[in-house]
Design a protein around this ligand. Sequence first.
Ligand code: S3P
Length: 440
Amino acid sequence: MVQLSSSTPLPLPAGGRLRGSVRVPGDKSISHRALLFGAIAGGETRIEGLLPAEDPLSTAACLRAMGVEVSPIAAGQLVRVQGVGLDGLQEPGEVLECGNSGTTMRLMLGLLAGRQGRHFVLNGDGSLRGRPMRRVGDPLTAMGASIHGRSGGNFAPLAVLGRPLQGSTLHTPVASAQVKSAILLAALTARGDTTVIEPAQSRDHSERMLRAFGADLEVGGEARTCVTVRPGASLTGQHVVVPGDISSAAFWLVAAAVIPGAELTVENVGLNPSRTGILDVLEQMGARLEVLQRRTVAGEPVGDLRVSHGPLQAFDIGGDLVPRLVDEIPVLAVAACCAEGISRIRDAAELRVKETDRLAVMTRQLGAMGARIEAFDDGLAITGGVPLHGAELDSETDHRVAMSLAVASRLASGDSLLHRPEAAAVSYPGFWDDLQRLST
Ligand code: S3P
């Protein structure tokens, strides 16, 4: 096992091939939702393949603080959630700690806003306390919620006083599944129907899973951007099977595409169309990519992905494609360094308010390796084919940056050192072990 400590940087040797098969851990978005929906359903929810990483552990800890029994979470273990019903969450005697997890905090706001007479305080780590929360607080306030925090309610710590909510029609300014899901959760206990209309479709795991739990929910609009919830239906505990996270698979897909001699199969990857933008881009680049064994597991499409190294062309990303690959942009920036031509990413200002400002951080870190990369307000331009050299790198505490830099370091002409590699555990606790095992 690779031993990590926050004070010692991790050596990342240059070169070496990558070969073999890997099963990435469970999808982070689906894991959060299975825990949350299980908590407010009636009866038991059993979750197979739940991601045993820091972010879902934060969600589980918050739920336990409100009286929900969640069995221990560990790799390979079936997780059982004893649902308390739509109105059963208790007022916690402690602060709900959301750690690094934006999904935990934002979905929790929607879950708690309508718990009448109960008071909740949500907090997070330094990164989360700097991330905008009014994008959720404003629509919930329009439904009648009472949410207060620093800077006019934008930053945690946040206080929620549960109040009666009124169903509404809400247009969200950015396509965000966290915002949409928070509204859908609040809508379950509101008086009257609620409709959320997004500018582009964001991931739809909440819609699929809420419906499977028994919610009365309808998806409409030409581009499936319009979701209506009719309150009143009771939710029933389910058996949820969580597929592998395509956002974690992305590191292996790009690694196999860009590292000379590499060939990898990533098994059991969730292929929900609202998440597969990375496959479209790899195709656009001319990558050698095959999807094998397409199947549907518990309402989500799943498959195995085989990728091998080959020549790559530059890509262009923007518009409605961005929400379908929003978490994969850091590693796609690495892919762009190996492609022929200038790759461009536009309409991605959201990256500035993720766990870090990912446009700035990737520009800084890849720049330290000699990449020709330029950041704009809402994107990046990267000139491919410029040789990378080994460097002293830093995840800047961002899990996806840590893993993207691991891929980049393989392409460099000399060895690198990565500070704060332990950030990867937020979404992929075994990443460094898998990297060692696949290296030949
Ligand atoms: C997530 C939605 C996305 C994504 C995040 C997980 C979710 O965020 O970046 O990692 O589980 O709903 P936004 O909703 O802010 O786009």
